[in-house]
Ligand binder design. Structure first.
Ligand code: SF4
Length: 793
């Protein structure tokens, strides 16, 4: 049995898609030419005089659609991998005939829906309006009219085809398909048999992510990040993000049960008076009713009431059903929020109330649908209908129970544990004694944190390296927002025995690797990572085909160059990212070299900052404690730098790093080395390399302005350092310091002393501190320690 449909081989999924598409095209033919079909009609037509010929409407509305809904309920990834409309939308991509536009660098790339476009901002409202319009059309004519239903199908196929040509990814599924928001409602955080993308699982193509088959049968991602976050990559992540901030989703979700109820009640309103004894809805008679077109102009209300043609009444009543439902569930949400407020923080209470109300909404919607729908296969058999209803109640109850206590925090903790697990796995045999015979993969997310905690205490640099890798992983995947990361990873730091300053150093290292982490949003970073991974997998496939493991651009034949060019056009990567990607596959992968040069640059920059403040402290001794803080910061970068230098010493006989590295290490302040004392390994390596080495003095770039550095320190994770930097800046440039106080320290910890200082309270001991700051003993103290002294003053 297929438990996780994301692992279902793509080659088989393709066959299923073809089969469904052919079946659908056959159904369209049957809708247009009912005489080609079998003579079957619902048995109810033997008793009714209103039937028109043809069974295709019955097949689609009473078997096809309920099965699709059931499939989504059980596993959204199953349906999204076999949906024939999605398949059609990908045809131009498979043929390589998609529309391209010129990017900022003037190079062609496949067009994409811009996040700031109207469609990206309002697609849920558009799709939900299309759904209501579609339901209205069903009631008015399409329930039983073959040619018009065929026309609608043809229009949908054409729309999918054109959107797939005009834009990359699954633009039709994400932005246009009216059923897409309903799929989100039906799945909730996770459907019953869907895999959990955030828990990893070894596959690079998660859930129903876009993919293709490589030359050796391996699955390759073809993701171009058309939607961020993407329901096909990680439905649960999309769910938590949609709780607030996805325009139109709240309304769509809560209105769904009302729409379903209104829809079925309106179907019942079409029941003929003469057919007493026949259940117009459950007997499926409505899909054979030949009177619909004529009834569109008749009043829905009985004689004696205001005359309102169904053409107007049907959409109005459907929308009214949606509005009433939305109001009702909104009230339920408020009640829950009120109840939860006393037990938890207001934000958490709000999120939990929305989450639980959404679950209740879905539960109501799905059971309402199948209660009215009854049995799928034929009219009348009450027992079968009851059995189906019981199955649906059971499935939806299990789904409700599984999701009731989930929350965003749990999801994020599990995500972090996945990155941590991946990183811990690299420790290999070193981990075995701690696992006590168990496998790393068998540990629960909580146990993975405990394992991290059990790492040998003395290996702080290893813990920092683990933290850095986990942070890199989470930020690059967009699972963590940079500004919220300090708070979000507090558990991980506790497990690894690290502090806030370690987090700051890790962030600075990541910024030195790619400055875009400070300018791009979490979703944009995730998008970049997805495009990069997809392009990397394509390049790997290209290399497999050529039987090489290294990409030699000059040795590629015309076919190889053409394919590489197509990968670039489809990936949408900018020049820098593309060049970086190619270099990773280049001769003697330059990845390590690039990383080392980034770290050297980072340490160089930190030393320039330190020297600038050291110069300032000669005129303004109050700045001296900050020099010590920067020394500590530099010391935090060193274990990682030394590890990179070591891994680069691969040539036989190569004992020492190059001159530039040695010059930098030689210029380190004695304070830095003192801070490193606990990192014996790092200190030993530095001392060994420097022992007897003749090195010319380090040439630092021109020193940055001290005021600029003080502004940077305002955003230090340590509130004492921020306070001290502000105090020094006030001495140096008061207006600038005043402006700085307006810049929020978003996501950073604060202290009562910093808050009081910002509110205008002067440090009583400032004068004393200024006086004593140039004393050699005091220069051994960092801002935190000196502010503690202030408390004593
Ligand atoms: S974001 Fe990627 S995986 Fe998701 S639909 Fe778009 S292209 Fe496919």
């Amino acid at each position: 049995m297929i438990t996780w449909f994301n692992r279902w081989p793509e080659t088989q999924a393709r066959l299923a898609r073809w089969a469904l598409l052919i079946a659908w095209l056959g159904l369209i033919v049957l809708l247009l030419k009912p005489e080609l079909g079998p003579g079957y009609r619902s048995s109810v037509c033997l008793e009714s005089t209103i039937c028109r010929p043809g069974i295709a409407n019955d097949i689609f509305w009473n078997i096809g659609l309920p099965l699709v809904i059931l499939a989504v309920l059980v596993s959204h990834e199953l349906w999204r991998r076999i949906c024939p409309l999605s398949f059609v939308s990908q045809l131009f991509r498979a043929l390589g005939w998609q529309r391209t536009v010129l990017n900022r660098a003037g190079k062609p790339q496949v067009a994409a829906i811009s996040e700031s476009s109207w469609l990206a901002r309002h697609h849920i409202q558009l799709q939900w309006s299309l759904l209501i319009a579609g339901l209205s059309l069903r009631l008015l004519i399409v329930n039983s009219n073959g040619p018009i239903l065929a026309l609608l199908f043809a229009a949908s196929l054409l729309a999918a085809l054109i959107s797939g040509w005009a834009y990359g990814g699954k633009t039709f599924c994400q932005y246009l398909c009216p059923f897409a928001p309903a799929q989100q409602v039906l799945s909730g955080p996770r459907s019953l048999l869907s895999s959990q993308a955030h828990l990893g699982g070894g596959s690079k193509t998660t859930q129903s992510m876009c993919r293709t088959v490589g030359t050796q049968g391996q699955e390759i991602s073809t993701c171009v990040a058309c939607s961020k976050p993407c329901f096909d990559i990680d439905a649960e992540r999309t769910y938590w993000q949609s709780l607030s901030g996805q325009r139109g989703m709240a309304w769509a979700w809560y209105s769904y049960p009302g729409l379903i109820l209104a829809f079925f009640l309106l179907i019942r309103s079409y029941a003929p008076a003469e057919g007493s004894g026949i259940d117009y809805l459950k007997s499926n008679l409505f899909t054979y009713d030949g009177r619909l077109a004529a009834m569109a102009w008749q009043s829905l209300l009985p004689a004696g009431w205001p005359q309102l043609p169904r053409l107007l009444a049907v959409p109005a009543l459907l929308s009214a059903g949606g509005v009433v439902s939305e109001r009702l569930f909104h009230q339920i949400e408020q009640l829950q929020r009120h109840k939860l407020n006393s037990a938890t923080s207001p934000e958490l209470a709000k999120e939990r109330a929305i989450h639980r109300t959404r679950l209740l909404t879905t539960f109501t919607a799905i059971n309402t649908y199948f209660f009215f729908k009854g049995n799928l296969l034929d009219s009348g058999t009450t027992l079968l209908s009851l059995e189906l209803n019981l199955v649906i109640v059971a499935i939806s109850s299990v789904w409700l129970y599984r999701n009731w206590d989930r929350d965003r925090g749990l999801y994020e903790r599990e995500s972090t544990s996945t990155s941590l697990r991946r990183r811990l796995a690299k420790l290999g045999p070193d981990l075995q004694p701690l696992l006590a015979g168990r496998q790393l993969d068998d540990l629960s997310p909580g146990e993975v944190f405990v394992l991290a905690n059990a790492l040998p205490v003395q290996e702080t640099s290893q813990r920092r390296s683990i933290y850095l890798d986990v942070l890199r992983d989470l930020i690059s995947q967009g699972r963590l927002d940079r500004t919220a990361s300090l708070k979000a990873l507090i558990d991980l730091r506790t497990s690894l025995g690290l502090d806030d300053a370690d987090h700051q150093s890790a962030l600075e290292i990541l910024t030195s690797e790619d400055t875009r982490i400070t300018s791009l949003s979490a979703n944009d970073l995730a998008g970049l990572n997805l495009c990069r991974n997809a392009a990397a997998q394509e390049i790997e496939d290209l290399l497999l085909l050529s039987g090489s493991t290294v990409l030699h651009l000059d040795r590629l034949d015309a076919h190889g160059r053409g394919r590489l060019n197509r990968i670039l056009i489809e990936s949408g990567l900018d020049d820098d990212s593309w060049a970086q990607l190619l270099s990773d596959f280049g001769p003697r992968s330059q990845f390590g070299e690039r990383q080392l040069s980034q770290r050297l640059q980072l340490v160089n920059q930190a030393m320039a900052h330190r020297d600038s403040l050291a110069e300032l402290s000669r005129r303004l001794p109050l700045a001296a404690p900050l020099v010590l803080s920067l020394d500590r910061q530099i010391a935090r970068f060193l274990p990682d730098l030394v590890a990179l230098i070591r891994s680069g010493l691969t040539a036989p006989g190569e004992q020492r790093p190059d001159e530039a590295c040695l010059a930098l290490l030689r210029s380190l302040s004695p304070n830095v080395l003192a801070f490193l004392a606990a990192e014996d390994d790092t200190t030993t390596a530095i001392n060994t390399w420097l022992d007897g080495a003749i090195v010319s003095p380090l040439q630092l770039p021109s020193l940055p302005e001290a005021a600029e550095i003080l502004e940077g320190l305002w955003l230090d994770t340590d509130p004492s350092v921020s306070l001290w930097a502000l105090m020094v800046l006030r001495q140096l440039d008061a207006p600038r310091a005043e402006r700085l106080t307006k810049a929020h320290r978003t996501g950073l910890p604060t202290s009562s002393m910093l808050t009081s200082f910002l509110q205008g309270e002067q440090l009583a001991s400032r004068e004393i501190l200024t006086l004593i700051a140039d004393q050699p003993l005091i220069q051994r103290f960092e801002p935190g320690a000196l502010l503690e002294l202030h408390r004593l003053c």
